[in-house]
Design a protein around this ligand. Structure first.
Ligand SMILES: Nc1nc2c(c(=O)[nH]1)N=C([C@H](O)[C@@H](O)CO)CN2
Length: 121
């Protein structure tokens, strides 16, 4: 399957479980992959026939920064549902990292895969 991907999308937002986290912005870093058949876009050289990674990035940033969220699991799920609802894709993978969360670790995070209704899982 062909893929459109976005790597290391940086989003500064209010994220976290603890009270002290609710008054500051912290960085999240996302990797996103969307399955899509690219053959029609490639043969016609027409962006309207593929998934525009710039448009996707903009919508994801807007969604995440719209309101405070506690868990990065919630971020991952909301992003996956947005992508499945608004873009022509059968399968999405979303990784959300919170690099500042654990001082002893390079990064921590969650990764999910979600399918469009009717797509093979
Ligand atoms: N699985 C998760 N574990 C933790 C989360 C989270 O979102 N998912 N969040 C926190 C705190 O907000 C933490 O990042 C503060 O440093 C702890 N564990």
């Amino acid at each position: 399957m062909d893929m459109v991907f976005i790597k290391q999308l940086q989003v500064d937002t209010v994220i976290g479980v603890y009270d002290w986290e609710k008054t500051i912005k912290q960085r999240l870093v996302l990797d996103i992959t969307l399955a899509t058949d690219q053959r029609a876009a490639a043969s016609s050289d027409d962006i309207r026939l593929t998934l525009d990674y710039a448009v996707i990035s903009e919508k994801v940033i807007k969604l995440i920064t719209a309101q405070p969220i506690e868990l990065i699991e919630t971020v991952a799920e909301r992003v996956a549902q947005l992508l499945l609802q608004e873009f022509a894709t059968s399968r999405v993978e979303v990784t959300v990292c919170k690099p500042g969360a654990v001082a002893e670790a390079q990064t921590v995070g969650v990764q999910i895969t979600r399918y469009a209704p009717g797509a093979n899982s």
